[in-house]
Design a protein around this ligand. Structure first.
Ligand SMILES: Nc1nc2c(ncn2[C@@H]2O[C@H](COP(=O)(O)OP(=O)(O)OP(=O)(O)O)[C@@H](O)[C@H]2O)c(=O)[nH]1
Length: 183
């Protein structure tokens, strides 16, 4: 089967680790320094369940509750990875704001593939967002949820596999599976 092209946007508050998750997945490395993103696109080819996918990953500039999302974030994007960091309640609020914006713009979010990610789960001692809060939000949205750590390379590649599977399910290419993945 020919490779499928999929375009995925990572969105969420500043400094939650959108770039770090992407770089961990694409280049298998973690960069400790913080360099705010304007917008970057990465590409990686992966094989999932025997199917090759060419993933274009749009690492967006961080949003906040005042952001006006550019049209390009709504057009030609197959799925969204919405990222907050578990040590920032504010970032959890921003991810809800972003979801609502997407819902407004896209109409029926039920048909928009989304994965919710609580990053920086290695910072348990600074935790402001309980696992249950992330789980509950994802259940409300009916989307998969994972906690991850770009730093410790926990679930970074799972996040991307999960969004690809969610996109495939939404387009009717994979049988429906129950529940959320939490790790
Ligand atoms: N402890 C810890 N730090 C992390 C993790 N992921 C990212 N960071 C750090 O958090 C800071 C911000 O990470 P970025 O990946 O640049 O965050 P971003 O969401 O792309 O930020 P913007 O470009 O502003 O949107 C950097 O100093 C990273 O090293 C993680 O899983 N654990």
């Amino acid at each position: 089967m020919p490779a499928k092209q999929r375009k995925i946007a990572l969105m969420g508050f500043r400094s939650v680790g959108k770039s770090s998750l992407t770089i961990q997945f694409v280049e298998n490395q973690f960069v400790d320094s913080y360099d705010p993103t304007i917008e970057n696109t990465f590409q990686k080819t992966v094989k999932i369940d025997g199917q090759e996918f060419v993933l274009q990953l749009v690492d967006t500039a961080g949003q906040d509750e005042y952001s006006i999302l550019p049209q390009s974030y709504y057009m030609n994007i197959d799925g969204y990875i919405l990222v907050y960091s578990v040590n920032s309640q504010k970032s959890f609020e921003v991810v809800q704001f972003v979801y609502d914006k997407l819902l407004d713009m896209k109409g029926n979010i039920g048909s928009i593939p989304v994965v919710l990610v609580g990053n920086k789960c290695d910072l348990g001692f600074e935790r402001e967002v309980p696992v249950e809060a992330g789980k509950k939000m994802a259940e409300k949205w009916k989307v998969p949820f994972l906690e991850a750590s770009a730093k410790e390379n926990q679930s970074a590649s799972k996040v991307f596999e999960q969004i690809v599977n969610t996109i495939e399910r939404a387009s009717g290419n994979v049988p429906e599976k129950n529940g959320c993945i939490l790790s």
